[in-house]
Design a protein around this ligand. Structure first.
Ligand SMILES: Nc1ncnc2c1ncn2[C@@H]1O[C@H](COP(=O)(O)OP(=O)(O)O)[C@@H](O)[C@H]1O
Ligand SMILES: [Mg+2]
Length: 274
């Protein structure tokens, strides 16, 4: 649920955003208003440009044309440190410095808050401890990040993004590598942060049903464009699933939440029926 502010207001917007790698355009003239204080989830088929868009929203990628605006100002005109105090980004495949420990990596999330006159404060310490507790990695603190399992490592990255304590959090497939209970834990944590602290979250999720459960605002992309957006109950339909993913499905109410639940059509069977 949207808990704070005007649901139509937006601090982060994309205007006629075109993103390209060399001569290949991936996102073309896209407009997006990220609803303030809400959880927005981006879905779409592989390679449709979700990560590319998210990286541009976090200024990791420079637009070819158009702009991303934070509070009305082009990201290109805002100093990097200032952006990092407002926008945290967890990329799809982050790379850890070699041999760094879990505690040290999470502590790097505090860099945007540090000053030459104060390298480390009580507030930094609190933020790191809390982020590690909330992602259930406190007992991994002294381990080397490159020796962890994929799921443990993913939770460390999430902790680092949380420690940054930004009002806007961009998460690219934060549930990758996680088993189902840790997936639910991370997504519940996202909702808690949104609810308790009014954090604005934009997440890319590959699981349409999780997207429909956790999003206030769902954005469906295809080939670098937004095909549909709105509350999941109004956007996730069998027609949309066919249009965006090319999949035949039946959409029923989720028995627990009532949100749309996409059930794919029949699995392949041998023609003999055996
Ligand atoms: N660094 C890169 N250099 C060149 N092409 C890229 C790069 N990153 C992504 N692409 C291409 O851009 C398209 C969109 O990729 P991406 O945004 O990662 O898709 P998604 O996250 O939706 O799966 C894909 O065709 C991909 O191959
Ligand atoms: Mg991606």
């Amino acid at each position: 649920m949207t808990t704070t502010g005007d649901p139509t207001a937006s601090r982060l917007t994309a205007r006629e955003l075109t993103l390209a790698y060399e001569d290949r355009t991936v996102v073309d003239g896209l407009d997006l208003d990220v609803p303030h204080g809400a959880v927005t989830v981006i879905v779409g088929p592989n390679a449709c440009g979700k990560s590319t868009l998210l990286r541009a929203l976090g200024r990791l990628l420079k637009p070819r044309r158009g702009a991303v605006l934070l509070d009305g100002t082009d990201l290109a005109r805002i100093p990097t440190k200032k952006i990092a105090q407002s926008v945290g980004l967890l990329p799809q495949t982050p790379v850890a410095p070699e041999a760094i420990t879990v505690a040290d990596l999470v502590a790097r999330g505090r860099q945007p808050h540090q000053h030459w006159w104060q390298q480390w404060s009580d507030a930094d310490e609190r933020a790191v401890t809390e982020a590690m507790a909330r992602t259930d990695i406190a007992d991994l603190a002294d381990r080397a990040v490159d020796e962890l399992s994929g799921g443990q490592r993913q939770r460390v990255w999430i902790a680092m993004a949380l420690a940054q304590e930004t009002d806007l959090l961009l998460l690219d497939e934060p549930t990758t590598y996680l088993d189902i209970s840790h997936q639910v834990e991370v997504l519940d944590l996202v909702r808690q942060l949104n609810h308790e602290r009014g954090r604005t979250v934009v997440a890319v999720l590959h699981d349409l049903n999780q997207a429909a459960r956790y999003a206030d605002h769902l954005v469906a992309m295809k080939a670098g464009r937004i095909i549909a957006q709105g509350p999941p109950a109004e956007t996730v339909t069998a027609d949309l699933v066919r249009d965006v993913f090319g999949l035949d499905s039946v959409v029923v109410p989720d028995p627990v939440t009532g949100s749309p639940l996409v059930v794919p059509g029949r699995p392949w069977q041998s023609p003999a029926g055996g």
